[in-house]
Design a protein around this ligand. Structure first.
Ligand SMILES: NC(=O)c1ccc[n+]([C@@H]2O[C@H](COP(=O)([O-])OP(=O)(O)OC[C@H]3O[C@@H](n4cnc5c(N)ncnc54)[C@H](OP(=O)(O)O)[C@@H]3O)[C@@H](O)[C@H]2O)c1
Length: 256
């Protein structure tokens, strides 16, 4: 018999790992995806109990065949996805002019292409569930042009716009779509994006658990756009009224 599962990409660390813990504590069966097999195995051991089944798939989501492999993996195990959390994402700092194009394209493949294809593959079964939910991890970067992290910011604009439009398209169904928009958060993200020296990643940052708790509640309540933290909420409202040139110049200053 098919059972319903929550699928989380990028579950081996940071926000995705904390979301997996929260989902398990809410008795969700899980499909957890990332490249780091050992981290996924450790998490599976930690979260599996009599009430929760945990399946893991170690896969590189920048591979063009990865979404179909993930879909086939679920079908081979009779798994029905009713909740999807597209969390896996990477960033990169530096001017576009001097950037490595392979890094930029890998970011688009993961943050945009993979998120879109995974959503498209699983949306028919999510929409059939009586409690279907999708959450895509965008960022406060979705609200401003991002010189110095140009392509990353642009990918998060896509995630926000895609999620808001999908939410509207599904508004006559029971399925909700949430765009979670964290600001700078204490995870491996800054290190892997070579952004550790930026002032926005200094100081007292929210933890991955803070963001995951807020994201889980927002997803369960069907909130469409969920910006984490009071300061970030105020900032994104102010950004709407400022000239874009001024915002771009400010972003490059705070990011240096
Ligand atoms: N931390 C922040 O400041 C911040 C702010 C706003 C938004 N976000 C967003 O939050 C999301 C989660 O990031 P995080 O902060 O939790 O960072 P993180 O700790 O670095 O987690 C990123 C996750 O994505 C997975 N991943 C990376 N490349 C992958 C690939 N090619 N294939 C499959 N999985 C891959 C990683 O697993 P493996 O390495 O094992 O593959 C890891 O589980 C991202 O979408 C990020 O853009 C983060």
């Amino acid at each position: 018999m098919s059972k319903e599962y929550t699928l989380i990409t990028g579950a081996s660390s940071g926000i995705g790992l904390e979301l997996a813990k929260i989902a398990a504590s809410n008795k969700r069966n899980l499909v957890l995806v990332a490249r780091d097999k050992r981290a996924l195995e450790k998490l599976k051991t930690e979260l599996t109990d009599n009430t929760v089944d945990v399946q893991i798939l170690s896969i590189d989501l920048t591979d063009s065949a990865s979404a179909s492999s993930l879909y086939n993996f679920c079908k081979s195990k009779n798994i029905i996805i009713s909740e999807l959390i597209n969390n896996a994402g990477i960033g990169a700092t530096g001017d576009f002019l001097n950037s490595n194009i392979d890094t930029q394209l890998a970011m688009i493949d993961l943050n945009v292409r993979s998120l879109t294809e995974i959503t498209h593959r699983f949306i028919p079964e999510i929409a059939q569930s009586s409690n279907g939910k999708i959450m895509n991890i965008a960022s406060t970067a979705a609200f401003a042009p991002g010189p110095g992290m140009n392509v990353y910011y642009a990918t998060k604009h896509y995630v926000l716009a895609f999620s808001e439009a999908l939410s509207e398209e599904l508004s006559s169904t029971k399925t909700t779509v949430t765009a979670l928009c964290p600001g700078p958060t204490a995870t491996n993200f800054a290190k892997s994006a070579h952004a550790e020296s930026l002032s926005i990643f200094k100081g007292n940052l929210p933890t991955a658990k803070d963001v995951a708790d807020y994201g889980w509640k927002s997803m369960q309540s069907g909130k469409r756009v969920a910006v984490h933290g009071k300061r970030n909420k105020i900032m994104v409202q102010i950004l709407r009224f400022l000239p874009r040139n001024f915002v771009a110049k400010t972003v490059i200053r705070v990011q240096s």
